[in-house]
Design a binder for this molecule. Structure first.
Ligand code: FAD
Length: 401
């Protein structure tokens, strides 16, 4: 016999797990499904997880509302109140600081494993959420009357709608013939935890240069030793070469790619290389289904916004469906789900376009463009009002739409 819910969420990554908790707080009955086992073993600092996310103010507020921020904050979070971005091929640079916008900080760096572990633990404690882990999607049917999902284990779930939070390679997106606009960025991102000699000064550092786009993101110091998480975006052939280097040579390359600002002491975790692809679904909803997070869109990590956009999708979808539930409307109705699509699409497209423009602008070494871009950076750096607008946007406190 089928188990009955208001919503079935497929994918318990950070986006799907947060959605489950916030829907459950609105008294909806949720089935949360993931093919992963859902148990996260956290490494011991300073071997911080090599996957981290810069979390904006708005995302932090959502995590507070979900009741998980306090647990995360106790678990090795680093805040940053400055960000310095420079052009390795010139003398242009931009510095952002929290004081400019009277914010306590620009954001927080959290390990993905810590975020997921906290979110899933909170989801487990909710009486409105049933978790089906280690169990994938076998088949599903959607129509205006509701959704039926059959899991690999044979369990059958029914609900008013399915929420696809199953990540960049979403099976639900493909099987429901959602068209996407997508292309390779021509970049792979190398991530790892690195020890540096001096303090990172609670600053996110980012260099755009001949050696690619390289970010040093602050992590908590341990016994006066200092650590950063790196995201180094380079063409795939260069990523392959960098991955093949021994740790000492890799650290030397980091030192030069960061314009010699930091003495790099060592690599604390295995390096990972992740191919980067821009992807955007042309529609986020069809009758009985909505896409959220990476299932709907993936962007270049250079501004650390992918998960933040996913969390904004969650905020919007929870608002739309909670109101519809109170009014007695069907949660799977196309006209209800389209309210979510209208609320989110423009903002997500604008962010994707911004990342593409940035990536292209800084990929060229053409002297005239390098000169123009350095001049532009200097002028931008002196324009407080524009800087405030950009900081507010990155913090999720304003939108493009
Ligand atoms: C190098 C790099 C750095 C980044 N840095 C930042 C940053 O600083 N800040 C930021 O905001 N974003 C950042 N991002 C983006 C961010 O990591 C993603 O946007 C975010 O992880 C997406 O979360 P998600 O829950 O949508 O998808 P995922 O994390 O991919 O979760 C999908 C879940 O669905 C499950 N699943 C998949 N298929 C099925 C199935 N068929 N059945 C059941 N379960 C299924 C998977 O097991 C998984 O648990 C970065 C990305 C990269 C690549």
């Amino acid at each position: 016999m089928a188990k009955q819910y208001d919503l079935i969420i497929v994918g318990a990554g950070m986006v799907g797990a947060l959605a489950s908790i916030l829907f459950a707080k609105s008294s909806l009955r949720i089935a949360l499904v993931d093919k992963h086992h859902g148990d996260y073993t956290l490494s011991t600092p300073p071997a911080y997880d090599s996957r981290v996310s810069a979390i904006s103010s708005q995302s932090k507020s959502l995590l507070e509302e979900a009741g998980v921020w306090q647990g995360i904050a106790q678990n090795r979070v680093a805040s940053y109140d400055n960000m310095v971005v420079w052009d390795g091929l010139g003398d242009g640079y931009i510095d952002f600081d929290a004081q400019t916008t009277k914010m306590p900080e620009l954001g927080h760096l959290v390990e993905n494993a810590v975020l997921c572990e906290r979110l899933i633990s909170q989801a487990r404690s909710s009486t409105n959420i049933d978790l089906f882990f280690n169990d994938g999607l076998d088949s599903h049917e959607l129509d205006e009357f509701g959704a039926k999902v059959v899991l690999s284990s044979g369990l059958v779930l029914e609900a008013q709608a399915v929420i696809a939070a199953d990540g960049a390679m979403s099976k639900l997106r493909t099987e429901n013939a959602f068209e996407t606009l997508e292309w390779d960025y021509g970049h792979s991102a190398i991530v790892a935890t690195i020890e540096i000699h001096q303090s990172h000064e609670n600053t996110a550092w980012q260099s755009f240069g001949e050696e690619g786009i390289l970010a040093f993101l602050p992590l908590p110091s341990v016994d006066e030793r200092h650590f950063v998480s790196i995201v180094w975006s380079v063409p795939p052939s260069e990523a392959k070469q960098l991955m093949a280097l021994d740790d000492d040579t890799f650290c030397q390359r980091l030192h030069y790619a960061m314009s010699k600002r930091f003495e790099v002491l060592g690599v604390m975790t295995a390096r990972q290389s992740i191919p980067l692809r821009q992807r955007h679904a042309k529609h986020y909803v069809k009758t009985g289904i909505a896409l959220i997070g990476d299932a709907a869109h993936t962007i270049h990590p250079l501004a650390g916004q992918g998960a933040n956009l996913g969390f904004s999708d969650v905020k919007s979808l929870v608002e739309v469906l909670s109101k519809a539930h109170k009014r007695g409307e069907s949660l799977g109705a196309g006209k209800v789900l389209r309210r979510y699509q209208r609320a989110r699409m423009l903002d997500n497209i604008a962010m994707a376009a911004g990342m593409e423009a940035f990536k292209r602008l800084f990929s060229t070494q053409q002297p005239l463009i390098v000169q123009l871009r350095n001049g532009g950076m200097k002028r931008f750096n002196q324009n407080l009002s524009l800087k405030r607008k950009l900081i507010a946007r990155a913090a999720g406190l304003s939108s493009f739409s």
